[in-house]
Design a protein around this ligand. Structure first.
Ligand code: ZN
Length: 209
């Protein structure tokens, strides 16, 4: 199981552990919770990690839920279903949505056929597709002071449909960047230099799809 870490007053991350397909290749997930709404960044490879993430989110009782799928790879999107069932809107870059529509069902079948352990792990997974797609960028206001800019990098970084989420907490002078493979937290107090901390899962390899 991953451990939950609070990296800013509004940002929480599950740092991925494990290095194989059964542990999502150590993919990170996280969430940013404002007084009005919560953005979950990626949902993991199977429902065990997704349910763990959802119960951590529920402790904050947000009124609305959004999920960002940072790219279409299975270790980042197969856990979407419990969030859709909880009323969340799934957000993704338009190329990520297109890749999921083209490939996710086939990838799910491929993993299930690989062996019994994977078949069991993925038994209850149903692909849940993004209902909100964007082209360049999108801004979410989780409350008056907590803003998340969701940006599609100009250059191809990991896939052609990547999203990066940058959270700004105005009163706290802190910022967290969720990129799908790594999370960076930067804090700055007035008159001082910014300091950064990096949280990388063990996603050296990651799933190819
Ligand atoms: Zn990936």
């Amino acid at each position: 199981m991953s451990r939950l870490k609070q990296i800013t007053p509004r940002c929480f991350v599950f740092i991925g552990n494990g290095d194989d397909v059964y542990h999502s290749y150590g993919a990170n997930t996280g969430f940013i919770v404002g007084r009005e709404a919560c953005l979950i960044v990626d949902t993991g490879f199977h429902l065990r990690t997704a349910d763990q993430l959802l119960s951590a989110v529920r402790k904050h009782s947000p009124k609305r839920l959004y999920v960002l799928s940072t790219h279409y790879h299975s270790d980042h999107v197969f856990g979407n279903l419990p969030f859709t069932e909880a009323g969340a809107s799934i957000i993704a870059h338009e190329n990520c949505r297109r890749s999921m529509l083209d490939q996710s069902e086939g990838l799910l079948n491929k993993y299930r056929k690989r062996n019994k352990r994977l078949a069991g792990l993925l038994r209850s997974v149903k692909v849940s597709y993004p209902s909100v797609a964007f082209r360049n960028n999108l801004t979410l206001h989780l409350d008056e002071e907590t803003t998340v800019d969701i940006v599609h990098p100009v250059a191809v970084a990991h896939t052609n449909g990547d999203s990066v989420a940058v959270c700004r907490e105005m009163e706290q002078y802190s910022q967290a960047t969720f990129s799908g493979t790594g999370i960076i937290q930067t804090s700055k107090t007035p008159g001082s230099r910014a300091r950064s901390k990096h949280y990388n899962g063990s996603s050296r390899r990651g799933l190819e799809g």
